[in-house]
Design a protein around this ligand. Structure first.
Ligand code: C5P
Length: 228
């Protein structure tokens, strides 16, 4: 079975206040997108890896791959304005594959163990997303005051990589393009949900958090420090 891994690294890092793309920021001295590629090396089922980068940054990312002797990237693809546009560009660049993993480079601590368990699940289900049950109490708030306490049962925090049979994610993207959707699409399984299709939840890993704000970056750097 052809299996493609798409690593999305075309985000700007605006919320981090960074001057360069977030995926290039260092965690333990190594650009964060490198960590996911190293985990990909530990599994045997991937047939190709596509790295999606911001337009104009292709050379900079290529230099990092050379510096860290990363040889598993088959293609560098130019990203789009929104995350969903980057996904569309990547899916359009896949030639032969039955399955695709779509992962945020901003989640450097994905493990090969999680990749393996998701791969097992996608053989049975056409769309799979990792998630962890929420731990904190959730409340909706308005103008600085609590409105109400929300039920937490069955509520998951969703992660990547999300894994799909390629036919399904292609038709979900086309369906999305043909519709006027007035909200932000934040993850790819949402595209599948919009078609009324089922998405399987697979247990994720709390270390697989997304680096979004400066505190997340601080935490990621502390984690890598603790390995040494
Ligand atoms: O901005 P955020 O952290 O939610 O982005 C999640 C992932 O999607 C990141 O790895 C980022 O590089 C990627 N992304 C992308 N193209 C965009 C926006 C985000 O590849 N236009």
């Amino acid at each position: 079975m052809g299996v493609t891994f798409v690593l999305l690294a075309a985000g700007s890092g605006e919320r981090l206040g960074a001057k360069k793309p977030k995926a290039l920021l260092g965690v333990g001295g190594v650009p964060m997108f490198v960590y996911s590629l190293l985990q990909c090396n530990k599994v045997k089922f991937l047939s190709q890896i596509l790295l999606v980068v911001p337009v104009g940054y292709e050379e900079e990312f290529r230099k990092v791959l050379i510096k860290y002797r990363i040889k598993n990237v088959d293609k560098i693809v130019a990203g789009g304005l929104r995350r969903v546009d980057s996904v569309y560009n990547a899916i359009s660049a896949i030639e032969k594959s039955e399955v695709v993993f779509i992962h945020d480079a901003a989640r450097p601590f994905v493990s090969s163990k999680l990749l393996k368990s998701l791969f097992n699940d996608v053989k049975k289900y056409s769309a799979v997303t990792p998630g962890v049950p929420v731990r904190s109490t959730l409340k909706s708030c308005r103008r600085g005051f609590v409105e109400k306490t929300l039920k937490r049962d069955g509520v998951y925090e969703i992660q990547t990589p999300q894994v799909f049979k390629i036919k399904l994610i292609k038709s979900a993207l086309l369906n999305f393009k043909s519709k006027k959707v007035d909200f932000d699409i934040l993850d790819d399984s949402n595209l599948v949900e919009l078609m009324g299709k089922k998405v399987k939840i697979s247990l994720g890993d709390s270390l697989n958090f997304k680096i979004t704000y400066p505190d997340d970056l601080k935490l990621a750097r502390l984690i890598v420090k603790s390995w040494k």
